[in-house]
Design a protein around this ligand. Structure first.
Ligand code: NDP
Ligand code: DGY
Length: 328
């Protein structure tokens, strides 16, 4: 692959699964440099590495803003993120510069929905507490009310954001005997019929749900959506689950809601910041289950995400179709 008279330069911000690297090397004369580590690229190295690049393959932990785009300079034609979320990228600045963006929708939907269901069940049925009690000797006998939690059968589930992942979560939850499936979003969805979904105002969803699952994208409207007012409308017996982005939740307000008994429990796959500091107050609570952002973490999904990110990058470099181009 040649730019007029010169080789296309690509910078990759992390070690990524081999599926993507194989596709890039098979494509030929694309000169790849990479932050060859499992840890995030330091900002100074990112700004250095991207200089003169025609293509950038990044992750959700890399903030792609005007400073990075300026450091890259006018060669930059394409940014391919190995994620479906794109809230880490300054799309207005990217658009101004006419740069194309690739992302990885669909291929991680099943894995993320599966993990969200696992997190919901683990939180509602208090699995981490139970495991701990077995290990620390707290298991003295079978006791009628010990480690009781909440079940899905006959419940009302509210999904905030019935997009690709929200719908896949709802499809997996319905067979547990869920009675009503409520959802919110900017628009009602035809595919909601598959899960008998009722499009309701946010307040209705919050006050009537036994389980609330957040699966919307992070936008200026959803930032801080789950705050004190939100938690104060939830049932005392309700369970809150977030597998979208940490910034959708006001964590101080969540902490208050969990410690005051305003809500029963919370399960979070995403937090602010990531990683959550080990001395964070939420981590002291038995009724809060925190996972390290592993929604899409199956070997096959990550391999497919890496391959799709590589194909998107090549499409952008070659000026051809990308398998998954973000329109913005
Ligand atoms: P989609 O674009 O298919 O879905 C996003 C949904 O968010 C849409 O249904 C949209 O509804 C909804 N939404 C947007 N604004 C609002 C709002 N103001 N109130 C309620 N809902 C709103 O994306 P995906 O389902 O593929 O992914 C969703 C998000 O999940 C990603 O953006 C990412 O942040 C997160 N994610 C997390 C993972 C993890 O590892 N934990 C893995 C993968 C994704 P409408 O169409 O009506 O606007
Ligand atoms: C994404 O893709 O946006 C997830 O958060 C990680 O897979």
């Amino acid at each position: 692959m040649q730019a007029v008279g010169k080789v296309m330069k690509v910078f990759i911000t992390r070690r990524v699964p081999p599926e993507g690297m194989k596709i890039l090397s098979a494509a030929g004369a694309c000169e790849v440099s990479q932050w060859d580590s499992d840890e995030p690229v330091p900002r100074t190295e990112l700004l250095k590495g991207v200089q003169g690049a025609h293509g950038l393959l990044c992750l959700l932990s890399d903030k792609i803003d005007a400073e990075v785009l300026d450091a890259a300079g006018p060669n930059l034609k394409v940014i391919s993120t190995m994620s479906v979320g794109f809230d880490h990228m300054a799309l207005d600045e990217i658009k101004k510069r006419g740069i194309r963006v690739g992302y990885t929708p669909d291929v991680l939907t099943d894995a993320t929905a599966e993990l969200t269901v696992a997190l919901l069940l683990a939180t509602a049925r208090r699995l981490p507490e139970g495991v701990e009690e077995v290990k620390n000797g707290g298991w003295s006998s079978w006791k009628p009310l010990w480690l009781c939690g909440y079940g899905l059968s006959g419940s009302t589930v509210g999904v905030i954001g019935l997009g690709r992942i929200g719908l896949a979560i709802a499809q997996r939850l319905m067979p547990f005997g869920v009675k009503r499936l409520l959802y919110t979003g900017r628009t009602a969805k035809a595919q909601a019929a598959e899960v008998n979904g009722e499009f309701v105002p946010l307040d209705t969803l919050v006050s009537e749900s036994d389980f609330i699952v957040v699966s919307c994208s992070l936008t200026p409207e959803t930032q801080g959506l789950c705050d004190k007012a939100f938690f104060s409308k939830m049932k005392n017996t309700a369970v809150f689950i977030n597998s979208s982005r940490g910034a959708v939740v006001n964590q101080e307000d969540l902490y208050q809601a969990l410690t005051s008994g305003q809500i029963a429990a919370a399960g979070l796959d995403v937090t602010t910041p990531e990683p959550l500091p080990t001395d964070h107050p939420l981590l002291t609570l038995k009724n809060c289950v925190v996972l390290p952002h592993i929604g899409s973490a199956t070997y096959s999904t990550r391999g497919i995400m890496s391959a799709l990110a590589a194909r998107n990058l090549l499409g952008g470099l070659q000026g051809t179709d990308m398998p998954s181009e973000l329109t913005f």
